[in-house]
Design a protein around this ligand. Sequence first.
Ligand SMILES: [Ca+2]
Ligand SMILES: [Ca+2]
Length: 295
Amino acid sequence: MYKDSSAFVAWASGIVLERGPMQVGVDSLGDAWVGNEPEGLGKAGSNGVICLGDGGKATATFDLPIANGPSFDFAVFENSFDGQFLELAFVEVSSDGLNFVRFPCFSNSDTLPGTGTFGYTQPEKIHNLAGKYPVFYGTPFDLQELSGTPGLDINRITHVRVVDVIGTMNPVWASRDVTGRKVADPWPTPFPSGGFDLDAIGVIHQMPAGFVWHEEQSNYVVFPQPAEDHLYIRSLAPDDRPLSYSLIDLSGRILQTTELPGDGRVILPQITSGLYMLQVRGSSGYFNRPIVISR
Ligand SMILES: [Ca+2]
Ligand SMILES: [Ca+2]
């Protein structure tokens, strides 16, 4: 996705860096050192990049949580100059800053002998690895793929972590995809700019300001997500039955307010696919819940 796409509504606003070595196994070279935290912030192409080194990590935060809207939700930008010399990274997300979940990724690049220092990678052989596309074009990720992961709230992603793929085929240090296959990327890269070059992380879907809610204060469950033409609101506490609800769009406009029938079923109006807010009122108060309608 091109950096100037109107799909991008925000960019990373904070980064914590854990740099990796220029070449894993050769401690005397020290860590990669080109670029610092500020160069991964803001819009893609707007300042420099952060070079992670072998296995280095950059953990980004955002002014508002990233949410799971229709299709892709954020994109990671690298600086490949030709779309063939690709430095790759795993991408992980967290909704609490502690528990990180990696996007399941695949690499079918040759593992014998692997990819040399200036070797090429065919982008069609990799999936869900950042660095797949050339400079100014972000690799997009869809949080829906992580739906149902315990400990992860895909509608309130607060952290995105990028982890450099160590391209060696040496089993001691090799990085592996979700199937356990080694992931090849240029290696060794024993220079200060070695490893994945993080340019930016662009947000496509985010929680609007003021719509942050607290799941732990709610006894309600809303399913299915995404919803097509109806969904259910149920309470986990029998004495706190949901009584009524409002459906609100992201500009704050109330589209529908209705008493909830006994079975908790909500028939959704004919509105376009997207992210909406459901405000549920019960006997003990109310809560707001972002929902995705996908038709
Ligand atoms: Ca999504
Ligand atoms: Ca690498």
